[in-house]
Ligand binder design. Structure first.
Ligand SMILES: Nc1ncnc2c1ncn2[C@@H]1O[C@H](COP(=O)(O)OP(=O)(O)OP(=O)(O)O)[C@@H](O)[C@H]1O
Length: 236
């Protein structure tokens, strides 16, 4: 199991945001986190990549990629993050350099040294997201949807076991959002899990997955309320 949360309490400052969180993600799963504004979706995602701590005695179990988040040491966090891809609503590309240099920056920062290997990996991920021809452009020369595809390419660089995406389609028009979710769903076919928060409910039927809902200070698996398309396809 890639993510294994059992009876976890998630706090922001002193305030309990989510109680008794049971959350499990297996290889290749496509997982949506839904819920109203302020219901705790981002807080949950932040705990996964250690931007928000889980206190020692506030979880029966909180493991990500085999590491316990209640006891992980600060110095071990970069290694954990290297095994994840993280995608944000506002892309977070470095605006002063080309797409190629954005990706090169991440590879160098994560220990890649050989120029030809760096070059090859950048070409692979840009091909995966269909934007190899944009490698010498600056981020502002790309559309919002293209910038989000680049941030997905960046997340793929180190062959992550899991991709965490916090409202990756929040700033995009419906058709572009659709293409981004399709791309993320396609990524799961090679075994990478994707966990994404979203307000885009129609997407849940179009690209079925596991669905967790944050509401009233708790998170529940509500998959059976969605995936209707999937079920009817199976019945045919
Ligand atoms: N840095 C912070 N310090 C204190 N409280 C915070 C902080 N960040 C978020 N909160 C509070 O935690 C609660 C959950 O916020 P969170 O951002 O996790 O919700 P969300 O479901 O992701 O919302 P949205 O849909 O707007 O992204 C909110 O009440 C929010 O005000």
């Amino acid at each position: 199991m890639l993510i294994d949360y059992k009876q976890v309490k998630i706090y922001q400052q002193e305030k309990l945001i989510l109680d008794q969180v049971d959350f499990h993600v297996e290889e290749g799963e496509f997982v949506y986190i839904i819920g109203k504004v302020g219901s705790g979706k981002s807080s949950l995602l932040k705990t996964l990549y250690c931007e928000l701590d889980i206190y020692q005695d506030e979880a029966e179990k909180a493991e990500v990629l085999g590491r316990s988040l209640t006891s992980i040491r600060r110095k071990d966090i970069p290694a954990l993050r290297k095994e994840m891809g993280i995608i944000f609503q506002d892309f977070k590309l470095l605006t002063d350099r080309t797409i190629y240099k954005n990706l090169q920056f991440v590879l160098k920062a994560t220990g890649w040294k050989k120029k030809d290997e760096i070059n090859q990996r950048i070409e692979e991920v840009l091909t995966d997201v269909g934007l190899l021809d944009k490698k010498d452009n600056l981020p502002h020369e790309l559309s919002g949807g293209e910038q989000q595809r680049i941030s997905i390419a960046r997340a793929l660089l180190n062959h992550p076991k899991v991709i965490i995406a916090d409202e990756p389609t929040g700033n995009l028009d419906p058709e572009t959002a659709n293409n981004i979710v399709k791309l993320l769903k396609d990524i799961t076919t090679n075994g990478t899990a994707v966990v994404m928060s979203t307000h885009n409910i129609p997407m849940l039927d179009r690209y079925p997955g596991v669905v967790y809902q944050c509401a009233d200070g708790a998170m529940r698996d509500v998959t059976s309320s969605y995936n209707k398309l999937n079920l009817s396809e199976e019945q045919d």
